[in-house]
Design a protein around this ligand. Structure first.
Ligand SMILES: [Zn+2]
Length: 134
């Protein structure tokens, strides 16, 4: 694992030594043997993944694409929102869920008073993303 290379952050546009670098296992069961190098920008703290070859193959038949905002997903999003709030998220902040699939997290956040939420997913037809996410 290359932990000594400077990386350019496309969010804050600063080239820096990452605050942390980890290998993260794929969350799709049929690719669970694969890992990806993820790094955190030391300046803006955003997370980035090194380039993945044939990324479209991972998102083909992505299991949560047909998910609905049901009881179980709301319970999971409640945990995620608690983590984000602990990390400093406030209702006045703007949120971009890049890779939002069908935009259900954005929908959940808006239902909980986070009005400035937006979603984008290059692997999903825009019409499939919740209409208030774009
Ligand atoms: Zn950055």
């Amino acid at each position: 694992m290359d932990t000594t290379t400077l990386r350019h952050c496309p969010i804050c546009l600063v080239t820096n030594m990452p605050a942390e670098i980890q290998r993260v296992r794929c969350n799709v069961r049929r690719f669970r043997d694969r890992t990806f190098l993820v790094w955190r920008c030391a300046v803006c703290r955003s997370l980035h993944c090194e380039k993945v070859e044939n990324l479209a193959a991972y998102y083909e038949n992505y299991p949560i694409r047909n998910q609905e905002l049901d009881y179980f997903l709301r319970a999971w999003y409640r945990v995620i929102l608690q983590r984000l709030v602990q990390a400093g998220l406030g209702k006045q902040h703007r949120i971009l869920d890049y890779g939002c699939s069908n935009g259900l997290l954005i929908e959940y956040l808006k239902q909980h008073g986070y009005a400035n939420c937006f979603g984008y997913d290059p692997y999903v037809d825009r019409r499939a993303i919740a209409s208030n996410s774009l």
